[in-house]
Design a protein around this ligand. Sequence first.
Ligand code: HEM
Length: 148
Amino acid sequence: MYTTIQFIHSYWAYLVLFVVLIATINAIAGFMGNKEYGPKDFRLALFALITTHIQFLIGLVLYFVSPLGLQNITNNGMGEVMGNSLFRLYAVEHPIVMILTVVFITIGYSKHKKKLVSKPKFKALAIFYTIALLLMLSRIPWAQWLDL
Ligand code: HEM
């Protein structure tokens, strides 16, 4: 169970990063270039929303089955987890910041949907997706993930 969920979370992350990156670049390009918002832009924004939400759900399950998630806190105590940068990243920082990431993507998506013209649509996506992307990049356990 644990290894399967960990495997899916680890590989789905490539898709999440890729799609959010493309959706963000597309939104910035649309805003800067005064482009007309079309079905392709909608699909990209939606795909970013869906993939991050799925990753969030997988991550939530993982948090309860991984020795690096909640079990780390219950077994070692909060003091020890906070004192160890890798433990802190997995059990505290990564989950909290990734939840924020999902919140920013969701706000950006729903704000953009409510706007009626192209420029504000791209603006909402560009702002919120960029923040989400930066947050995501800041709290991925890069060395462990890419086995560096
Ligand atoms: C939504 C965006 C998210 C992304 C892009 C993401 C990405 C990743 C990546 C790349 C890893 C490293 C995997 C590896 O070392 O093979 C990881 C590990 C982990 N993530 Fe996430 N994650 C996200 C959300 C979450 C959430 C919301 C939670 C919990 C509530 C979570 C909990 C965990 C845990 C506990 C691990 C460590 C698993 C282990 O190796 O035992 N993640 N995540």
